[in-house]
Write a protein that binds this ligand. Structure first.
Ligand SMILES: Cc1cc2nc3c(=O)[nH]c(=O)nc-3n(C[C@H](O)[C@H](O)[C@H](O)COP(=O)(O)OP(=O)(O)OC[C@H]3O[C@@H](n4cnc5c(N)ncnc54)[C@H](O)[C@@H]3O)c2cc1C
Length: 384
């Protein structure tokens, strides 16, 4: 069996977190290998698919607002350096019902962070976006500078750019490491063994399978169904520019305009059933499709009979409260656990990678919210 020895860091997982971590490590002069069982941002990964929302509002959770801000800058820089379209500035509109807590908190945070925003009441919303039925909506907070990231393209571009600066990449499944103390090498099915100074396991929903004793009860992979609706021929009111990306807490639903002609996207943000990412069905349920149809018909009357033109089934990889997991393995000091994107992690890929690369290289203090010790084994979502 071949042995490969000349790496500073091996990153396992080429999702958004692993790819950006490799990118930042390479910028710090580290010799990096990335391994993924299926390929970068593949169809079963949480980072796969077409699009993700990037927004700045996180109520009082300023750490995520600042990471979003930092990440958007880096996504834009990557778009320029690669010549790829990775970001669409559609604007993001948070909607709220009677309760007036989160939007007010977000507004205060955005103000502190110098992020442009506009609060609108129901009448102003209905006037500006007459194609939407705002029944039950009291107000909305628009972030004009936010929008949509191209997901698979973004991750593959980050990895491609990292490879141009010397990062190696292979498709291979890594076997769970065993023992205690510093890890010397890992084995990857059919490929050989790889030794390095440090190892990053950025395995998304697979983290609990790779480290069952430690993480099976701390990472909750949940089934999430996504729908794309086709507008009637010639209809332009659901295109970017006419309709912003939107989230409505009260209904636990979000969506975006018809990006790159794939249809209006709509999904529920409530956690689905617990699933295994290797085996869960990737076909949406009839009930889910019917619920999505009814919701779209109510909110967007012109799409009452719109066809579902595409669907996706993905999984969130939730921690108990939605805070990320970025910490050392308690028994293997040169092994890093990196994940817990919890349905909101994609946008943060660049800042996540920057933070983790810094930690690996001994820069800065660890953030307690990302520690393994802070991760409970019950689900009590608090970060949205
Ligand atoms: C439907 C849906 C909508 C979402 N919407 C948003 C949004 O709008 N905005 C936002 O910011 N976030 C959103 N998210 C969340 C975000 O996409 C995820 O948090 C993020 O992509 C997680 O990335 P990751 O790198 O941790 O995981 P992944 O992308 O799953 O990557 C993990 C990788 O590890 C590899 N791997 C696992 N085990 C092994 C092994 N043993 N050997 C080798 N490789 C291995 C896997 O093959 C996989 O490629 C959404 C998620 C979903 C599912």
């Amino acid at each position: 069996m071949a042995e490969f020895t000349n790496y500073d860091v091996v990153v396992i997982g080429a999702g958004v977190f692993g790819s950006w971590t490799a990118w930042h490590l390479a910028r710090r002069g580290q010799k990096v290998l990335v391994l993924d069982a299926y390929g970068a941002a593949h169809a079963r990964a949480s980072s796969g698919g077409e699009t993700r929302i990037i927004r700045m509002s996180y109520a009082k959770d300023e750490i995520y607002t600042r990471w979003s801000q930092r990440s958007l800058t880096q996504w834009k820089e990557l778009a320029v350096s690669s010549g790829q379209q990775l970001f669409h500035q559609t604007g993001v509109l948070w909607l709220e019902g009677e309760e007036f807590g989160r939007l007010r908190d977000s507004q205060a945070t955005l103000q502190r962070c110098g992020i442009a925003h506009e609060m609108m009441d129901n009448a102003a919303l209905s006037k500006r976006y007459s194609q939407v039925n705002f029944e039950g909506v009291e107000r909305g907070l628009l972030e004009p500078g936010s929008g949509v990231l191209m997901a698979r393209r973004g991750v593959q571009t980050a990895l491609d750019e990292a490879r141009k600066t010397g990062v190696d990449f292979r498709v291979a499944q890594v076997v769970t490491p065993s023992g205690r103390g510093r890890l010397g090498s890992i084995a990857a099915g059919g490929c050989g063994t790889f030794s390095a100074g440090q190892f990053v396991f950025a395995c998304g929903a697979w983290l609990g399978k790779v480290f069952p004793e430690l993480l099976e009860q701390r990472i909750f992979p949940t089934r999430q169904e996504v729908f794309f609706f086709g507008s009637p021929a010639g209809e332009t009111r659901f295109l970017p520019g006419a309709l912003p990306t939107w989230l409505f807490n009260h209904d636990a639903v979000y969506g975006m305009p018809d990006m790159e002609s794939r249809g209006l996207k709509m999904a529920r943000d409530t956690h689905g059933e617990r699933v295994d990412p290797d085996t869960q069905s990737r076909i949406v349920s009839a009930e889910g499709a019917e619920r999505a149809r009814q919701y779209v018909a109510r909110r967007f009357p012109a799409l009452k009979n719109a066809q579902i033109v595409e669907t996706r089934v993905c999984q969130y990889e939730n921690t108990w409260n939605g805070d990320f997991l970025i910490d050392r393995h308690p028994d293997m000091p040169n092994v890093w656990l990196a994940g817990g994107g919890s349905g909101h992690g994609f946008k943060h890929g660049p800042a996540f990678g920057e933070y983790l690369a810094g930690q690996i290289c001994g820069e800065g203090n660890p953030e307690p919210r990302f520690s393994l010790a802070s991760k409970a084994t019950v689900q009590q979502r608090a970060v949205y």
